[in-house]
Design a protein around this ligand. Structure first.
Ligand code: UDP
Ligand code: MG
Length: 308
């Protein structure tokens, strides 16, 4: 059985088109399947549209309604916790990835891979986002041991084992493709299509993209903290040498004059460094804080599904 997990946040204009393409594509696979929509606290007509779709195809549709906006990755976690399939596919609701490509992912899984990632062919997004993604992909490759070519593409397939492992993780802020990659025995990637958003606009602002990437880096690596300690050590050593040099100069040549702006430059450099370090530690401390509180990651108000 196949489970398709789709997070939905304010997608009223695109949902009808999604249903029109998704269900025929899944019917064509000739497999038993279920589609799980998670409404991530939409403030538009999305919950109503999903409920209608549930009435239309109750045998294969399940709907989880959150009572607030908890973010795409937590929505997917809720889908993972509720899905019943042996293979699980995540898909965005905006039709940027064609639902027909699910067949490609499943074919790759049949070759024995437990995790199939995806790379967007001719990505159709704003230029600044493509550049930022490139930079983040490079940074992530350096900081973590996660080898994903295109971390932003959510059309991915997971085996039941991986999803069970993810379900055992209690972390608040996470990044599903990276988490899955860590658990995968035999990951693979395929190239999938990418189109412009069918309707509506991206739900990620620059700010939420930055937050998401902090989640990715800090959840999977403590390297930034270690770099910071190393940098601190190097700078202290350099400063010690400078002191020795000035001392020698004072004894041999005599007192130095001026040097005010050099002092400013050094002071500002160190202040900047210290502030960045504090901020970085703050990122980790903030995450420790939210982990230890062990609050529920999301709150479900309703689940629409048929009893087994
Ligand atoms: N989404 C969500 N909660 C959020 C933001 C987004 O469930 O807080 C869903 C959204 O409805 C879509 C998917 O996550 O199905 C990807 O969002 P979007 O297409 O806006 O991201 P982009 O393609 O611009 O990266
Ligand atoms: Mg999108």
């Amino acid at each position: 059985m196949l489970s398709v997990v789709i997070p939905v946040y304010n997608e009223e204009d695109g949902l009808a088109a999604l249903f029109d393409r998704l269900y025929p594509a899944l019917d064509a696979l000739g497999l038993r399947y279920e589609v799980i929509f998670i409404n991530d606290g939409s403030r538009d007509r999305s919950p109503g549209i999903l409920a209608e779709q549930f009435k239309r195809r109750p045998d294969v549709t399940r709907v989880i309604l959150f009572n607030g906006n908890f973010g795409q990755h937590r929505a997917i976690l809720a889908g993972f916790a509720h899905c019943r399939g042996e293979r699980i596919v995540t898909l965005d609701a905006d039709l940027q990835n064609p639902p027909e490509d699910i067949a490609t992912l499943l074919a790759k899984m049949d070759e024995g891979h437990d995790y199939v990632g995806s790379i967007r062919r001719m990505r159709q997004d704003a230029a600044w986002r493509r550049w930022a993604s490139k930079a983040m992909n490079g940074l992530r490759a350096k900081l973590t041991r996660i080898n994903i070519t295109d971390q932003g593409c959510m059309l991915r397939a997971y085996s039941r084992d991986i999803v069970s492992l993810i379900n055992q993780c209690g972390e608040m802020n996470t990044f599903i493709p990276a988490l899955a990659y860590q658990f995968a025995r035999n990951p693979a990637e395929v190239v999938v299509g990418h189109e412009e958003r069918f309707a509506g606009e991206s739900k990620y602002s620059l700010y939420s993209l930055i937050r998401l990437n902090f989640d990715l880096v800090t959840s999977f690596s403590v390297v930034p903290l270690q770099w910071f300690s190393l940098l601190g050590m190097a700078i202290s050593a350099g400063a010690g040498l400078l002191v020795l040099l000035l001392l020698g100069r004072r004894l041999i040549i005599g007192p130095e004059e001026g040097g005010l702006f050099t002092l400013f430059a050094i002071a500002f450099f160190l202040i900047g460094l210290a502030l960045f370090g504090i901020g970085l530690i703050g990122e980790y401390v903030g995450r420790i804080y939210s982990e230890v509180r062990q609050r529920p990651r999301y709150v479900i108000s309703t689940v629409l599904e048929q009893r087994e």
